[in-house]
Design a binder for this molecule. Structure first.
Ligand SMILES: [Zn+2]
Ligand SMILES: [Zn+2]
Length: 365
């Protein structure tokens, strides 16, 4: 029997959500139905409903967004292994555990990733609702593949765990799993939205001696300094590359991390890293974006560039690792949290993200 729930729906041609009733489809063989307690609002969801971005995903409205949440399993398909009543984290990155990628150590590239948005339910006017990212967590409940719902045992509050599936894993994972800076090293982080700020926190936990943050917005530079940046630079103030080199003995940082979402940020993260260093990228900007980098440095100067899709996540390993880091009290979670608002007020949450006045706004039931 379909279940009626409220969901934040993005319809064709509209740049805000409508909170309306959706009949969730029944769970398939290996699906679970999760009642959502809290979702972290992601800036990428603003990009997804922005008019300019519609051209990138033509013909799949109406949609329900949200890809980082915590909730409770309330139903499952016959093949599902989850327990009813189990607390789970939802992430946009699936881990099927069986494909070539999952069985060869590259779970972050699971073949269940980046596949077309499924129908998650039906609107009252008969339109099919799709969920890009297969998660659709801006809703009272969602039906999704069991491979995107991970049991979590922790007493941490919902609004903290809501950030796990995107900001924490993409940001901390890029540092802990991909770049892995040495204790005492210098780290450059370009862009201080939620991803960049989690990168700074992780670099501090790993013992980076120098953390240089680059961010155009003054309020975000202040948060960067609060969570551990040792120097904060405004990219619009003079020659920022020269400033980075001046702070690092003229060489550039040992490691560079890009979280800026622009081609300029990617270039700066690369150019601000020293010879023999490692630059970790998280921005794709647009699906077919290309970038030019100095080939001499890439080929002959020992500059490694690494790809970090959701922090090269392995949820079965990383849930325990990252929840321990949060439980330790050594991470400033409060600095990351924006307003906590109910689903009915999601357009205020959208505005807070769009206007960049909050780092991670949270949507609760
Ligand atoms: Zn996200
Ligand atoms: Zn897989």
């Amino acid at each position: 029997m379909p279940t009626d729930v409220l969901a934040a729906v993005a319809r064709e041609g509209e740049r805000e959500f409508r909170v309306e009733t959706v009949s969730l489809r029944d769970p398939g063989e290996t699906d679970v139905v999760v009642e959502i307690a809290a979702s972290a609002f992601c800036y990428s969801d603003w990009i997804a409903i922005d008019g300019d971005a519609e051209r990138r995903t033509p013909g799949i409205r109406p949609i329900v967004l949200g890809h980082s949440a915590v909730g409770t399993v309330v139903d499952r398909g016959p093949e599902g292994r989850h327990r009813i009543g189990e607390r789970v984290l939802i992430t946009a990155t699936p881990e099927c555990g069986e494909c070539f990628w999952c069985t060869s150590g590259r779970i972050d590239q699971c073949e269940g990733l980046f596949v077309p948005a499924p129908v998650s339910g039906m609107l009252h006017d008969g339109l099919e609702l799709r969920a890009p990212g297969h998660s659709g967590t801006y809703a009272e409940a969602t039906v999704l593949r069991a491979m995107q719902a991970f049991p979590v045992r922790s007493d941490l509050p919902d609004e903290w765990l809501a950030m796990f599936g995107c900001g924490i894993t993409s940001g901390m994972g890029a540092v802990v799993n991909v770049g892995r800076p040495e204790p005492g090293s210098s780290v450059l982080v370009v862009g201080c939205g939620q991803i960049g700020l989690w990168m700074i926190q992780a670099a501090r936990l790993l013992g980076a001696e120098q953390i240089i943050a680059v961010e155009p917005l003054p309020q975000r530079r202040a948060v960067a300094a609060r969570v551990g940046a040792t120097a904060v630079l405004d990219p619009d103030d003079g020659d920022v590359l020269e400033a980075i080199r001046a702070l690092t003995g003229g060489r550039g940082a040992d490691q560079g991390f890009d979280a800026g979402g622009t081609l300029e940020a990617v270039r700066l993260a690369f150019l601000g890293t020293r010879n023999g260093g490692v630059t970790t990228l998280t921005s794709y900007v647009e699906r077919w974006s290309e970038i030019s980098l100095p080939l001499f440095d890439l080929a002959l100067r020992g500059r490694d560039v690494r790809s970090s899709q959701t922090g090269r996540l392995d949820m079965r390993r990383d849930i325990a690792r990252f929840t321990r880091m949060l439980e330790s009290g050594r991470v400033d979670v409060d600095a990351m949290l924006g307003g906590i608002r109910p689903l009915a007020r999601i357009n205020e949450t959208l505005a807070a993200s769009r206007d960049r006045v909050e780092i991670t706004p949270i949507v609760v039931r």
